[in-house]
Design a protein around this ligand. Structure first.
Ligand code: MN
Length: 295
C-alpha cells in the first residue's frame, strides 16, 4: 500500500495518479491528549492495525488527482531523523576530489563516522519546498532511500532488521556546504524532504537493490543503485539499533551516491527510486527575518 499525508493532515491511499481520502478511518480512534505525546509517530505505530480499514475505505472514499494535492511528509512525528554519512564509495571518491565538498579534510566513510542526527524541525513534505537561506553558501541535493521504522527495536541483528521496517520512501538530505558538523549544516529548516508517500515494506522485495536517480531541472545529477551502499539497509538498522532504541516513525536516511551538486532558488529537484515513485520539490530563497510582531 502507498499511503500519503496531504493538504490539512488528510490521510490518502495512492493509486496511480489518484489519492483516495481515507481520513474517515481515524474518526473511530480515541483522541490523543495533547501533552505529553509519546516519543513515536502514532500513525506509523498503528499502521498494521489500521491498514485493513484504510484498504476498505479506499474502495469507496473520495478520489482526488495527485497533482491537485499538497503532499506533506508521510511521517509527521519521528522521534529522530538518522543520517548515514558517506555511505557510497562513489560519493566518498568525489568528496575527496573536491575542496568545495571536503574543506581541506580527508573524508572518511560511514565505517569511521558512524551516524548523525538531523533536527526534526528540518522535516517537510515535497509540496512545501526547500528554503535556501545563507546565499553565500553552496546548498547541495542528496537523493536518498529512506527507511521508516515500524516497531520498537534495540540491538537487532542484520538478519532480523527488515522485520522492524514499516516501509520506505524517498528523501532529500539537503546540505549546506561548510566546515561545521553535519548535524548543523543538514538541519536547516526544510533540509529533510520526505515523500512522496510511504510504500509499505511488503511492496519492496529488497531495499538493497533499487535504482536511484536525482534530476535538477532536466539535468541528471545522480544515477546509482542501493546495492552500492557501503552499509546496507539491513546493516544500518542493526548498527543504529546498537546505539538507539528505534521507535515507530523513526527515519533512517541511507546516504547518497556521487553526483551531489548545487541547488539554486527556482530549481526543481526530482528524486526517483524504483518502486517508490518520484519526489519533486522546488527550491526558493529565504525571505529574511520574520517581521516583528505588532504590539
Ligand atoms: Mn546524506
Amino acid at each position: 500500500m502507498k499511503i500519503c499525508r496531504f493538504n490539512d493532515d488528510r490521510i490518502g491511499v495512492v493509486e496511480g495518479d489518484s489519492v483516495i481520502d481515507v481520513t474517515s478511518v481515524l474518526d473511530n480512534e480515541p483522541a490523543i491528549r495533547p501533552w505529553p505525546l509519546p516519543m513515536s509517530d502514532w500513525l506509523i505505530e498503528n499502521l498494521d492495525r489500521l491498514r485493513p480499514a484504510f484498504e476498505s475505505a479506499a474502495a469507496t472514499g473520495p478520489r482526488l488527482q495527485l497533482a491537485d494535492v499538497k503532499l506533506l511528509s508521510p511521517v509527521a512525528n519521528p522521534s529522530k531523523i538518522i543520517g548515514a554519512p558517506v555511505n557510497y564509495d562513489s560519493h566518498h571518491a568525489e568528496a575527496n576530489a573536491d575542496k568545495a565538498l571536503n574543506f581541506g579534510t580527508a573524508v572518511k566513510t560511514v565505517a569511521d563516522y558512524g551516524l548523525f542526527l538531523k533536527a526534526n524541525s528540518s522535516l517537510v513534505g515535497p509540496s512545501e519546498g526547500i528554503e535556501l537561506a545563507m546565499p553565500e553558501r553552496r546548498h547541495d541535493h542528496e537523493g536518498e532511500l529512506v527507511v521508516v521504522i515500524g516497531k520498537p527495536c534495540r540491538a537487532v541483528s542484520e538478519a532480523d532488521a527488515l522485520d522492524y521496517v514499516a516501509g520506505y520512501c524517498i528523501g532529500l538530505d539537503m546540505t549546506a556546504r561548510g566546515p561545521e558538523e553535519r548535524s548543523l549544516r543538514k538541519s536547516m529548516d526544510t533540509y529533510s524532504v520526505l515523500g512522496p508517500w510511504l510504500v509499505t515494506a511488503d511492496e519492496i522485495a529488497d531495499p538493497d537493490n533499487l535504482d536511484l536517480k536525482t534530476m535538477v531541472g532536466n539535468e541528471l545529477r545522480q544515477n546509482s543503485n542501493t546495492k552500492m551502499l557501503i552499509f546496507s539497509v539491513r546493516r544500518l538498522i542493526s548498527y543504529a539499533s546498537d546505539f538507539y532504541t528505534l521507535l515507530p516513525g523513526d527515519v533512517i536516511m541511507t546516504g547518497t551516491p556521487s553526483g551531489v551538486g548545487p541547488v539554486l532558488p527556482g530549481n526543481v529537484v526530482k528524486v526517483d527510486i524504483e518502486g517508490l515513485g518520484t519526489l519533486e520539490s522546488t527550491a526558493y530563497a529565504f525571505a529574511g527575518a520574520s517581521a516583528p510582531q505588532a504590539s
